[in-house]
Design a protein around this ligand. Sequence first.
Ligand SMILES: [Mg+2]
Length: 173
Amino acid sequence: MKLYLDFDGVILDTISVTYQMIEDQNLQTRDEILNFYRTLDWNNLLKISPVMNDSINCIRKLIKTNIYDISVLTHVNSKHEEEEKIKMINRQFPDLEIIPCPKVIDKCDFVDPTGAILVDDYLPNLEKWEEKGGISVKFSDKNKKNDRFITITRLDQLLDIKFNSKDKRYIKA
Ligand SMILES: [Mg+2]
């Protein structure tokens, strides 16, 4: 079964780190913040960002069990961000595919979501994914329950769920 994993907020906590940087530098205007993201050193950011809830080890576990055909599907704003994310994933998992999706395009329009699982922390991605025939799983590091989507706090919880791609039901084992 095809499984797509989001990167920011699911594998690494890049989001909290960049928010903290913006706060530390006291950036406030839209231009300041846009410029911050434009000049962000992704090599450094990926080095200093904490792993979300043991995700690296969880992915290793998922790969070993061979239940899912896994790809990382991540939104990117620049070529630099894309290159650094590819390097990082290749370093950790040499055989894992990473698909950089330009930020302006929805993930569900960049790959075929039919019958495929998307694990993401961003609700609009999950909503659109499901509308286009995919199976959406909400990742929440703080276990904030969601009414619409099944929620996981660790990626290895995917091993406890049986997905049925035909009618999109899932059964917790
Ligand atoms: Mg995300």
